[in-house]
Design a protein. Structure first.
Lengths: 312, 315
């Protein structure tokens, strides 16, 4: 991966309280240009509050937010042109066509006439919008509506695309479609993707992860580093034998017996490899897994995420 | 063109489009005029005629065209008096829907000023209400022309001026009240309440003079009443002039009070000029209130920020 150094978002000591509720309590983090950044947390952790502050919808209580080096307090209108946001629930006018929705939102960014048509063509090619443009939003499927949401967020060529739980409540097929759109954008490297999610497999795809709990940043690192720090690698052994269980017990290794496999915890991938090599006759069918983000989340926050572990 | 003006025009266009595309909202806003029409066809017309006949002494023969022109004028004045208010409230539910559905957030992430968004709701509401009310007016004038036309050019111009003034009153009132409502349920309840109540309050279903004294006194403190009285006056003035040719002045005075073409406030008769002034000053007061609300809300968002210079980096 290309090394990208420039910070496109810098959040310093951000606080936002709603009465007695400390929605965001002194958090700091930064997002590098061109990366896929994941904000991980349960509902109420402060994810949406933070992105609403970044997008200029909510006024913060204190702290600093810089977008592309510009302070949102002093140049809010300018920073708004650099951010596009896909809300958790589609917020477009359902009675209007996709074309009407996109042309209105483009106009509010000062994009009209020929310039709008050119941008619409680019987005139509990227997101396959052409057959949808004359349809009203109320007649579209969830996946089609999501594509229009993403197009609407990208209509003004923002540097940052914020997605607030973009796949929550969508069926698996639509989730795959949304991710295919996001991967295209990521590959183009034209936009920094800032994602809030509570789906582990989505956080796995990120270049950098920040875990938020009760308004605080409780962990932040590359997904791999987080797994190394907070999760255990494990072997999934499908040949259950009394001899294997005897060896595991003898070597004091932690393991869980399941119906058709044994899950053995190892300190690292290296230890797992050594264990397999040391007992070649025991293994015919075995898989070696990195620790999961679910485990990371559980160990960092003490809470389980909805969706459950993916490799269990 | 200035960016703010462009933003305002696009948002007004969007709001108007939303109102006419949302058939549910559009038809709900036409419920009051529709109820009035049904009531008129089924029994109100005959009630008006028999009430009118009670003022006509025996032996005086009034042309049926004059009576029809009078009752038609009364009907159209009722429809317009209610529509200017009820349509403004119903079509303005977009303010509430935008808040409840998060569409306001989607607009505010663009570089559009909040004041421009607020102004767009008021102007689009004014335009949609004017479109519907003027359509009602054109249809109403057509109906009067068919039944019995006694209106002068001055009457028509005064009716147009009053339609504009009363619509402005309705739009401002609806925008101010509905800007405080956040849930669709409350918004629907309010517009339904206004639609059903306002017809009674402004004397559209039955003349104000037929209410109990206490209710009459209360109604006379409502500025909208004076808009209704103005409609009444100009819609039936010509027909009343015709009636005056054959009826004694006592009968005409009784007719004027009985059919709300004139109104007195604590014993003093209120002139048309005073009625226009009451509605005009109320519009001005509402406009000032609206401006204050928009300014206060705008200032409420501007908070002092603290800047920190701590370095934040990713590993």
């Amino acid at each position: 991966m290309d090394k990208v150094e420039r910070n496109i978002i810098e959040v310093k000591h951000l606080k936002k309280y709603f009465g007695q509720v400390k929605a965001v309590d002194d958090i700091s983090f930064c997002v590098k240009e061109g990366e896929l950044f994941a904000f991980l947390g349960l509902n109420g952790a402060g994810k949406s509050t933070t992105i609403n502050v970044i997008a200029g919808i909510l006024q913060k209580d204190s702290g600093t937010v810089l977008i592309d080096g510009i302070d949102i307090d002093t140049h809010c209108e300018e920073t708004k042109t650099k951010v596009g946001i896909v809300f958790q629930n589609s917020v477009l006018d359902k009675k209007l066509t996709a074309y009407d929705n996109l042309s209105l939102k483009a106009a509010l960014y000062g994009i009209r006439g020929k310039e709008f048509l050119e941008r619409l063509k680019e987005l139509s090619d990227l997101l396959e919008l052409e057959p949808l443009l004359k349809k009203t939003l109320e007649k579209m499927s969830g996946g089609q509506r999501r594509r229009i949401d993403i197009a609407r967020a990208l209509i003004h060529r923002p540097k940052i695309l914020i997605l607030d739980e973009p796949t929550t409540g969508l069926d698996p097929q639509t989730r795959i479609m949304v991710w295919s759109c996001l991967n295209k954008l990521k590959d183009n490297k034209e936009v920094t993707i800032f994602l809030t999610t509570h789906y582990m497999e989505e956080a796995n795809n990120a270049d950098f992860v920040v875990i938020l709990d009760s308004g605080h940043v409780v962990a932040d690192d590359l997904p791999n580093h987080l797994k190394n720090k907070y999760a255990h690698d494990f072997l999934k052994i499908y040949d259950k034998s009394p001899e294997l269980i005897e060896i595991l017990t003898k070597e004091k290794m932690k393991f869980i017996e399941k119906d058709d496999f044994i899950r053995v915890q190892v300190k690292s991938v290296e230890q797992g490899k050594e264990f397999i090599i040391a007992h070649p006759t025991l293994f015919k069918d075995v898989e070696l897994f990195k620790g999961t983000m679910d485990e990371v989340f559980l160990n960092v926050t003490g809470k389980s995420l909805p969706g459950g572990p993916i490799n269990e | 063109m200035n960016k703010n003006l462009y933003d305002l025009l696009y948002l007004i266009k969007r709001n108007i489009k939303m109102y006419f595309k949302d058939k549910g909202t559009f038809f709900v806003s036409l419920i009051t005029p529709a109820i009035l029409l049904i009531l008129f066809v089924t029994f109100l017309r005959s009630v008006y005629i028999s009430s009118l006949n009670s003022f006509i002494p025996d032996g005086v023969n009034i042309s049926s065209r004059v009576i029809d022109g009078f009752t038609a004028g009364w009907l159209v004045s009722s429809i317009l008096a209610t529509s200017c208010i009820t349509i403004a409230f119903c079509s303005n539910t977009i303010i509430i829907a935008d808040k409840a559905n998060g569409i306001v957030d989607d607009i505010l992430v663009t570089p559009v000023k909040k004041t421009i968004l607020s102004l767009s709701y008021l102007i689009s509401n004014l335009i949609t209400t004017l479109i519907v009310c003027f359509s009602c007016l054109v249809l109403g004038l057509g109906y009067i022309a068919l039944t019995g036309w006694y209106l002068s050019l001055n009457d028509v111009l005064m009716i147009i001026a009053n339609t504009f003034l009363l619509t402005l009153f309705g739009s401002l009132l609806a925008t101010i009240i509905e800007s405080f409502i956040k849930s669709m349920g409350a918004g629907t309840a309010l517009s339904t309440l206004i639609s059903s109540m306002y017809g009674f309050l402004c004397g559209a279903y039955m003349p104000i003079s037929q209410f109990a004294d206490a209710i009459q006194t209360f109604i006379k403190f409502l500025p909208g009443t004076y808009g209704t009285i103005l409609f009444r006056h100009y819609f039936v003035r010509g027909a009343m002039e015709k009636l005056a040719e054959q009826l004694p002045s006592e009968a005409m005075d009784g007719l004027g009070v009985g059919f709300d073409t004139k109104i007195s406030f604590f014993g003093n008769e209120v002139s048309n000029g005073t009625s226009f002034l009451v509605v005009g000053l109320t519009v001005l007061a509402l406009l000032m209130t609206y401006i204050v609300i928009v300014i206060v809300r705008g200032q409420g968002k501007k908070k002092v920020h603290q800047t920190t210079n701590t370095e934040v980096t990713q590993p």
